[in-house]
Ligand binder design. Structure first.
Ligand SMILES: *Cc1c(COP(=O)(O)O)cnc(C)c1O
Length: 218
């Protein structure tokens, strides 16, 4: 077994953290070898690549979508995707609900929260997320289940900055827990990638998205 993968997995098990192996750009054979080590949750950031790999690989894989999602592409993943990490608008949430209903499913999703300093990243501010969760039209969406939140830290060497960002999301996540409802059941806090997952776990993450540390550089 890939030693790095084994070490990451042991660390995450000790901390009761779920691993999403981010397999974007990697071929099906490489994913299959990680699958054969027992990994069952994989994540992709592009719809086309996700559907291709879903077709090619074993059906007991739980596929997560971690990248930005356009409304016109939801239909391709709606039949099978197990968790969408990147909900960043009410419109997107409504579209996901519509497609989930059409497929006879309840779609698990996370709200992507913007915690970084970079302009380039997607996501809702804390205020926007709060407004969305309190919006009456959300409680009418019967085919979605908002399971928690996802955040990405600033791409920086400064661990103090990264820790501060993760901590702010954890505080917000805890605050919103008291507003549980029929379709808002916050349990998952998805934060941490190859470069910062230990900081994320120390700050309360219970789901990490790790790509290059498992599969090698892209
Ligand atoms: C690519 C990606 C990851 C994994 O990044 P690594 O640095 O390779 O671990 C995690 N989350 C999202 C949203 C990504 O796009």
């Amino acid at each position: 077994m890939n030693e790095t993968f084994a070490a990451i997995r042991d660390y995450l098990r000790q901390h009761h953290v779920t691993l999403v192996a981010i397999s974007k750009t990697k071929p099906a054979e490489e994913i299959r070898s990680v699958y054969e080590e027992g990994q069952r949750i994989f994540g992709e950031n592009k719809v086309q690549e996700l559907t291709d790999k879903y077709e090619a690989l074993p059906k007991d894989i739980q596929w997560h979508l971690v990248g930005h999602l356009q409304t016109n592409k939801i239909k391709f993943v709606a039949p099978f995707v197990s968790l969408i990490h990147s909900i960043d608008s009410l419109k997107l949430l409504e579209e996901v609900n519509k497609l989930a209903k059409r497929n006879g499913r309840t779609q698990d999703v996370l709200l992507q929260i913007y915690i970084a300093r970079e302009e380039t990243k997607f996501g809702l501010s804390f205020d926007e997320a709060r407004d969305l969760l309190f919006d009456k039209s959300v409680s009418a969406l019967q085919n979605i289940s908002i399971k928690g939140m996802m955040g990405m830290s600033t791409f920086t060497d400064d661990p103090i900055q990264v820790r501060k960002e993760f901590r702010s999301l954890k505080v917000f996540f805890e605050e919103m827990k008291s507003y549980r409802s029929e379709n808002f059941k916050p349990e998952i806090l998805s934060m941490g990638m190859s470069g910062d997952y230990k900081i994320a776990v120390e700050e309360g993450s219970n789901m990490v998205r790790i790509g290059s540390a498992i599969f090698g550089a892209r």
